[in-house]
Ligand binder design. Sequence first.
Ligand SMILES: [Zn+2]
Length: 520
Amino acid sequence: MDVSFEVRHKDLLGRVGRLRVGEKTVETPAFVPVINPVSQVIPAREMKELFGCGIVITNAYVLYRRLRQEALEKGVHRLIDFDGVVMTDSGGYQVLQYGDVEASPVDIALFEEGIGSDIAVPLDKPTGLVRRGRAEKTVEETLANVRATMRVLGPNPRCAWVAPVQGGVYRDLIELCIDEYRTMGFSLYCLGSPTPLMTSYNYKPLAGMITTARLRLGVGPVLHLFGAGHPMLFSLVVALGCDLFDSASYALFALEDRYLVADGTFRLEQLSALPCSCRVCSSTTARELREMPEQERFRVLALHNLSVCFEELSLVRQAVWEGRLFELLEKRARSHPALYEAFRHVCDDERLAEALTRQTPISKRRGLFVYDRLSMRRPEVRRALASLESFKLDADGCDVAVLLNYRATAVRNHSRLLEKVAELVESEDFELLTYGTPYGLVPFSLVNVFPHSQTTFPPSLVRDLEPQLVSEIIRRLKQARFKKIVILDWGRDVYPGFVRGLAAALRQELEAEVVVLRRR
Ligand SMILES: [Zn+2]
């Protein structure tokens, strides 16, 4: 089966792209709903009609045990009545849940080929949350299964085969797994068994696992995450480099009378109104929903939950396209303290920061919203700070530096502004620098360069960062050896007292003469 992947837009490690599998195409990132082949609460065909769903995943092991002959005769697409991309999981998760499978890896693989699966996973041994020794064993077994499977399938298998990466929370095992698969020539990978982490809200190690896998893989291969769970995680898993992720949460939550929203979950009995306008919620009330017969309620809730998942997926795609995925992460991080913890961990991970910065475009369709210290960790800000650091402030050999409130630069006529500054300073020989943004000292020649004038921030952020900003300004000015520093106190101060504080600090720390001039 021919597989190709085209990246069209990227932001952080997330990408909007097109995955071609044989004759079929899937837009990524893709949420891949889990279909129970025995009883579909929402038929796959309906998912396609209602939400444009192009890919689903179903369990080959369940088919093998319960509908083997029918599946082989009809093929999996006819069996589940879906003409999009069908991915089959081999039953690895059932191994985790119910013990050993009554079929060999090769039996299942030949079955997956036999039923015409588009994307297939060899039988793996999910690691789950176990001790080191046990984790090593699952990796060994998974690798042995995959080797045996690929040997039997030969060089031209009918399905696109995915390499199942195991190793649980042990980074080196994940890396070992990936290194082994690389020698086998896989272009699709899936990261296994984070479900125990999901159900215990343990998102930090989950983020670590995805990061490890993506950094080891590089940006080329397509990465699928097994069991992405709640839609509030979608932006995070995409930002860390997952192109596909499956989830059965729409049905599992519905089964427990739980109503999903993008940033949380309500129990049905807690709802007084339905905070959604999907086709379900716009035609019923919370009370009517509660009073529905069980089977109908399950279906209707699953339909709403599914709608929330697809809506969140669209939002994530839009955020990648616009270059605002970080801002979506910041919002979703507030959905749950555990997710916030994972987000902070991601922001502080220096090995990840470099990769995120490398993959994030240099300019964006939209400006940046920067809120707090965490926002300051976003790649555009890091990159801007690094480029300011390499900018020599006294390259022209001027003796005088003029510090101008950044607000005063928001005028159309910059040459008129420069004339006014020259009049006031009574010289044409000065280096003009701006202050008052979270970026510290920004040379006037850069104020219109992305992201400086495209950054929107609350003044309270500058106040929060003041000690750090002032000491950075002092450090930079000391390096530059100006003889005189003129602070132009024009327009509204960044916040009351900022200029006074800055001038006092400069006078104390610099040998240069420091003068504050107000507008005449
Ligand atoms: Zn709804």
